[in-house]
Design a protein around this ligand. Structure first.
Ligand code: ADP
Length: 406
């Protein structure tokens, strides 16, 4: 089935048209600057050249129409008719506790999604804009929501409850939710496939290391703990986000150092992490280059980054009672052999030894552990769009809705 996968942000729509059986990306691209004076769409069909169209895109609905027109353009398009699109899969950031699985979208689901918006005010409302635009532009084509949080809904209370007064959880539903779930699930499944072992028999740690990073413990195919929580600034250190810090510092900055709540928020989300410590950049490549040139704060930022990830791997091995594999994914995990090497230094205590030669690899699936390593270490490029397409197809076939048209 051909599935249009949409990731709708406040002023952008990322898309990919996926053939779910083969995983092939038939077309992909990005619409940006929606609602601004000059909009921009870039797209490519299969592995062809990148095309760019610049014109105003007043709203998500016109953006989606532009994208659909492009898909059936006789010269530059990918489809003979829009009837070939069997379904639309939407990335939705926050499903709260209401959504434990991907779901076909109808009026009731939209109402529940609106209720979840308060928890992800930056992400869910634009996701809903994309859903509404797609329902308008492709009437009769089923839409499915795939949540970043759903994979983590299998966590036990010991992983998701914060030791605060019970009312914080019971009344406000403030708990660990976790994010990047689609990526963690995809990478866990691929890891099992590469190792030739059933996912249900494995204890894995998946390290999704990008600008935003999170680590997940996957036992028997289920998320049992993850490093992002109620929000997206905790856990390991990231590009501009701090990860875990002592909340006393934040309170003290507000109480005694004249900072406002929004300044502190801006600090921990946008001015911390690699950028904050190094003072150089939030981009791992820049920080690595600065450290190599002798910048000590950049070198410390790299040490901190590796330390936080390594500690999570160790903690999760204990949580699961066993460790069979560690998988690295996302921008840094897939493309950063130096950082992978630094993280693995010290993991020998868990029986995990990296092969420095095999580790010299970027952006491809590969086992990078030494032959005598008890724990397998892998690079597994993530593919959230393919996972969303597969989820969309699974949900529709479960509900007996095979997609819109043949
Ligand atoms: P996002 O969370 O925005 O999706 P990505 O998964 O694209 O982020 O990851 C971005 C990070 O990947 C950046 O820190 C970037 O420096 C890093 N990265 C990309 N290529 C390399 C590379 N060749 N070596 C080291 N880091 C890399």
């Amino acid at each position: 089935m051909k599935i249009l996968v949409i990731n709708s942000g406040s002023s952008s729509i990322k898309f990919r048209l996926v053939e779910s059986s083969s995983g092939e990306a038939i077309a992909s691209g990005l619409l940006e600057r929606i609602g601004l004076e000059q909009g921009r769409m870039e797209y490519r069909v299969r592995n062809g050249d990148k095309n760019v169209i610049e014109k105003p895109i007043p709203n998500h609905r016109t953006g989606l129409e532009m994208l659909l027109e492009m898909l059936v353009d006789p010269a530059a398009g990918a489809l003979a008719s829009l009837g070939e699109i069997g379904a639309v899969g939407h990335r939705v950031v926050h499903g709260g506790e209401k959504f434990t699985d991907s779901v076909a979208i109808g009026p009731e689901v939209i109402a529940k999604l609106e209720e979840c918006s308060a928890m992800a005010p930056l992400h869910n409302p634009p996701n809903l804009l994309g859903i509404r635009a797609s329902m308008d532009a492709l009437p009769g084509v089923p839409n499915v929501a795939v949540f970043d949080t759903a994979f983590h809904q299998t966590m036990p209370p010991v992983a998701y409850v914060y030791p605060l007064p019970w009312s914080v959880y019971e009344e406000k539903r403030m708990r660990r939710y976790g994010f990047h779930g689609t990526s963690h699930q995809y990478v866990a499944m691929q890891t099992a496939r590469i190792l030739g072992r059933p996912l249900e028999d494995l204890c894995l740690v998946v390290c999704h290391l990008g600008n935003g990073s999170s680590i997940t413990a996957v036992k028997d195919g289920r998320s049992v703990d993850t490093s992002l929580g109620y929000g997206t600034m905790c856990g390991v250190m990231m590009g501009t986000r701090s990860g875990d810090v002592d909340p006393a510092i934040l309170l003290d900055l507000i109480e005694n150092h004249g900072m406002t709540v929004s300044e502190v928020k801006d600090m921990v989300y946008k001015r911390s992490g690699l950028l904050g410590v190094s003072g150089v950049s939030s981009d791992m490549r820049d920080v690595e280059a600065a450290a190599a040139a002798g910048n000590e704060r950049a070198a410390l930022a790299l040490d901190l980054f590796a330390d936080k990830v390594r500690k999570h791997i160790g903690a999760y091995a204990v949580t699961m009672g066993r460790l069979d594999a560690i998988a690295f994914t996302a921008g840094i995990g897939e493309n950063g052999p130096e950082m992978r090497g630094m993280i693995c230094r010290g993991l020998e205590v868990l029986g995990a030894r990296i092969d420095p030669e095999a580790n010299r690899v970027r952006g491809v699936e590969k086992v990078i552990s030494a032959k005598d390593s008890r724990v397998s270490i892998l690079v597994v490029p993530t593919n959230e769009e393919l996972m969303i397409a597969r989820e969309t197809e699974r949900v529709l076939s479960k509900e007996g809705k095979p997609g819109a048209r043949p």
